[in-house]
Design a protein around this ligand. Structure first.
Ligand SMILES: Cc1cc2nc3c(=O)[nH]c(=O)nc-3n(C[C@H](O)[C@H](O)[C@H](O)COP(=O)(O)O)c2cc1C
Length: 202
């Protein structure tokens, strides 16, 4: 699966099988995270075989099960656009995971930060995590339910931003859609947590 196909195929997954990720896939994810950390001065860390921050009703408010592996996105408050870069590269990593056939989900609230193994300096915080893992082919009943309630179409894309310059048509694949995956960063509208191309409406 290409990254372009992964954009279409990706669905947030919350029920994991709990089986180990193939070593080739976990190694690839590690390599990508290391590459993004170097390229964008980030702290993206992978955790394998330790799901205690997610599992159990009180940790994930019942949202997640079977999580063993995840990615920590660690931000430094002294680095002003750190969160934005983490957003782009986190999504890129997620698309690679999708292309490898793995399930994933952005998680900013429904997990226990104190149970994560990261050592943070005084200016750092764990802004978000991405659960990653093997999943059943189809969504479980609960996953379908959550998907239905998170996918209410209350606003069109155009209603979510205003622009003082022409906005590129990113609704499908951009005309200048790059062939090199990393350049997906040039097309933020393609990402599901996209930062709009222009200033958000207030
Ligand atoms: C930054 C961010 C934080 C999120 N935090 C949570 C969370 O804590 N728990 C949760 O169940 N979903 C959370 N979500 C929502 C899901 O990751 C997902 O975006 C949503 O269910 C929509 O599904 P889709 O990704 O398949 O379109 C978060 C999403 C984003 C972008």
């Amino acid at each position: 699966m290409t990254l372009e196909e992964a954009i279409e195929a990706r669905r947030s997954r919350r029920k994991y099988l709990g089986t180990p990720i193939e070593p080739s896939a976990s190694e690839k994810l590690r390599e990508l995270a290391a590459e993004y950390n170097r390229a964008a001065d980030l702290r993206i860390e992978l955790v394998f075989n330790d799901g205690k921050a997610f599992n159990g009703f009180t940790k994930s408010y019942g949202m997640f099960s079977g999580v063993n592996d995840y990615v920590g996105l660690i931000s430094d408050k002294n680095d002003l656009d750190n969160n934005e870069r983490l957003g782009y590269y986190g999504e890129l990593l997620m698309l690679h995971a999708t292309a490898m056939g793995l399930g994933s989900c952005w998680v900013g609230g429904t997990f226990s930060r104190p149970l994560c193994p990261f050592e943070l300096t005084g200016s750092e915080s764990l802004v978000c995590a991405l659960t990653i893992g093997n999943v059943a082919e189809s969504l479980s009943l609960k996953e379908r339910f959550v998907r239905n309630i998170t996918h209410r179409k209350t606003k069109t894309v155009e209603e979510m931003f205003e622009a003082d310059a022409p906005v590129p048509d990113c609704s499908g694949v951009c005309d200048n859609f790059p062939t090199h995956g990393h350049n997906l960063l040039l097309c933020p509208m393609l990402f599901h947590i996209s930062k709009p191309c222009a200033a958000p409406k207030t």
